[in-house]
Design a protein around this ligand. Structure first.
Ligand SMILES: Cc1cc2nc3c(=O)[nH]c(=O)nc-3n(C[C@H](O)[C@H](O)[C@H](O)COP(=O)(O)OP(=O)(O)OC[C@H]3O[C@@H](n4cnc5c(N)ncnc54)[C@H](O)[C@@H]3O)c2cc1C
Length: 595
């Protein structure tokens, strides 16, 4: 059985203690969001996740979405859950109050979203896409477009999609063929086929707002010739209601390995009426607004899956009895001990825990900086925060989702054969989560983004937004009486990252293939060091709180998990550096004919 309790204690630690130095309620528009209010929002979200979404996770997977003559029906219970979701105001938590939203900072919206994802990833994707569409229209739409679409998306009465992928065009958007022809009335007619569109058709909302990438007749080739259009399933009437059906149909939905309760649609646009968003040929920039926020969201989907995997595995490991503890029977009254006594099972559980808590803490740091980048009145602070977020976005997306898959697989392993069969719901996590490293830019593409764009960005200034706080922390804590050894070990991993960065920067200049050959290992190394930073800071806080605030067991466990991270996970940094510096030869020198 899938076991899940919202990890509110850890969320509070991350939000108020670890990143509490940048107070949310001091940012413009956030004055009301005191720690107490934030906690009550998280509690409510946790309740919704545990009580409404989790019970539908396995049944939704079993039943899946059904496609009948262009209509998609979501599984039993999903419509009611979506109604409750709307009644709770959840679709609009991060939306502007001007459009009916709650104006919540990303720092709070992301943990809320993590909980929804733990409980039911397929359901939560309907909401993730909504946020993306909202943000793109808010940033690039006209006043009229904002008035028509934003209140509806905020309310969840309409849901959004992002339509990039085409049958022949995935990572390489320059290949995109969908056409947009100007009409006499200033609108456009969109024609083409879009593939794999999440939430592309369903029965949860009155209308679906597709944001579509297409080419104008005079568009230059490649990515410089892409524009973005809003193409609603039903044309809005003058008073904002749902009008005539537009020329977009759902030709089918994919039969896929996971997230079966989320409809992944093939959409055919035939002279569909659309409105341009932003400027002609600048659609990719507009779509990037959506994609950056969405990528952080996908990273948190990873944490959601990882947390469900961890909690379920712990519950099973305490219950399942097999073999005896090597140090002597722990439960002599029973025929065997629970498997949680075995070192290898503990290794898996602690790895999942260290991944989840580390990613939650790192994701919260990035979210906090996103809030600063969007809201701070101080231009310099905004710029610094923005550079940091840009740098970390591919790391959050790729690292968190790769680790989520490791966690889901480890959960299956902890359950043994009972994880491989369907009854306990562990294989569902592997199937559901497997899309995370693929969509929103495959993880290999994220790694290229990191080495090709983010490292050299602003003459290396973005990189310094991360390296400087790390170096300062090490300097300050190298001789810490309790954590000195941990910090000195961390310093070695940071040293490996610095060497790898210099290596990639130099080699990449003369041969870009060298940099690209090392990109995935580099992203992992970067990510492990970034997790190391939040773990080191968490450990320091835990030590302080253990002595001053008494202990409810939370801080000692935090410190123990940090220790596990530094002793058993971070040492991988050294081998990653060795792999990186070996260069491209073993890969690119391999004879094509021998594959
Ligand atoms: C369930 C699901 C939901 C989705 N939802 C949406 C959606 O809502 N909207 C949408 O537009 N799309 C959606 N997608 C599509 C998704 O974003 C694409 O699958 C993804 O971008 C990868 O494209 P592709 O599948 O064509 O793979 P390809 O681009 O063919 O890539 C295949 C492999 O080659 C690698 N690769 C490709 N180019 C390079 C390169 N230059 N260097 C190194 N490696 C490279 C990739 O990393 C990948 O491992 C969804 C997909 C799935 C499965």
């Amino acid at each position: 059985m899938q076991t899940y309790k919202a990890p509110l204690r850890d969320m509070r630690f991350v939000l108020h203690e670890l990143h509490g130095d940048t107070r949310l309620d001091e940012l413009p528009g956030c004055a009301d969001f005191t720690p107490e209010l934030i906690d009550s929002i998280l509690e409510e979200a946790g309740k919704f996740a545990e009580e409404v979404l989790l019970p539908l996770n396995a049944s939704g997977d079993e039943e899946g979405c059904r496609y009948e003559n262009g209509v998609v029906r979501t599984p039993k219970g999903y419509k009611d859950a979506y109604r409750t979701f709307r009644e709770g105001g959840w679709p609009g938590i991060a939306c502007d109050p001007e459009y009916g939203g709650q104006g919540l900072a990303q720092s709070v919206a992301l943990p809320v979203f993590e909980m929804f994802n733990s409980a039911n990833m397929a359901f939560s994707i309907y909401a993730l896409l909504n946020n993306g569409a909202y943000e793109a229209i808010e940033a690039h739409g006209t006043e009229e477009q904002k008035k028509v679409y934003l209140p509806k998306l905020t309310e969840g009465a309409w849901t959004g999609t992002m339509c990039l992928t085409e049958p022949h065009c995935g990572s390489d958007l320059g290949l995109l063929r969908t056409k947009a022809t100007p009409a006499d009335d200033g609108t456009y007619r969109i024609s083409g086929t879009k593939l794999f569109i999440s939430a592309g058709e369903h029965d949860l909302a009155e209308n679906i707002v597709h944001l579509v990438l297409a080419r104008l007749p005079d568009a230059p080739s490649g990515v410089k010739g892409i524009s973005m259009f809003v193409v609603p399933k039903f044309l809005p009437t003058a008073d904002g209601a749902v009008g005539q059906r537009n020329g977009v149909v759902c030709a089918s939905i994919e039969h896929k390995m996971g997230i079966k309760a989320n409809a992944t649609a093939q959409l055919v646009f035939e002279d569909a009426k659309g409105w341009i968003i932003g400027r002609p040929h600048k659609g990719l920039n507009a779509m990037f607004t959506m994609m950056n926020a969405a990528r952080l969201g996908v990273g948190m989907q990873g944490v959601g899956i990882g947390e469900l995997a961890y909690q379920s595995a712990v519950a099973y490991a305490k219950d399942r009895i097999q073999g005896r503890a090597l140090s002597g029977a722990k439960d002599p009254g029973k025929a065997a001990d629970p498997i949680i006594v075995h070192p290898d099972v503990r290794r898996m559980l602690l790895t999942m825990r260290a991944y989840n808590e580390g990613c939650r803490a790192l994701g919260a740091w990035v979210a906090r900086m996103l809030d600063v980048a969007r809201r701070s009145p101080d231009h310099e602070r905004r710029k610094e925060a923005e550079e940091f977020v840009e740098l970390m976005t591919p790391v959050v997306k790729a690292l968190f989702t790769d680790l989520a898959m490791e966690s889901a697989n480890m959960a299956v392993q902890v359950y043994g054969g009972h994880g491989y069969v369907r009854d306990h719901g562990m294989e569902q996590l592997v199937r559901d989560g497997r899309v995370l490293p693929i969509y929103e830019g495959a993880n290999g593409i994220q790694a290229l983004d990191l080495v090709g764009r983010k490292l050299p960005a602003h003459a290396g200034r973005s990189l310094r937004r991360f390296f400087h706080p790390v170096a300062a922390f090490i300097e300050e804590n190298r001789n810490h009486p309790m954590l000195g050894e941990m910090v000195r070990g961390y310093e070695k991993a940071f040293g490996a990252l610095q060497l790898a960065t210099a290596h990639i920067a130099t080699k990449g200049l003369s041969d870009p293939e060298e940099a690209c050959a090392a990109a995935s290992e580099y992203l992992r190394l970067f990510g492990l060091v970034a997790l190391g930073y939040v773990w080191a800071r968490s450990a320091k806080l835990a030590v302080e709180k253990m002595t001053t605030a008494g202990s409810d067991g939370f801080y000692p466990a935090k410190l123990q998990t940090a220790r596990f991270y530094f002793e058993r996970i971070l040492p991988q940094a050294g081998s990653l550096w060795f792999a990186i510096k070996s260069g491209k030869g073993a890969m690119m020198g391999f004879n094509d004919a021998a594959f």
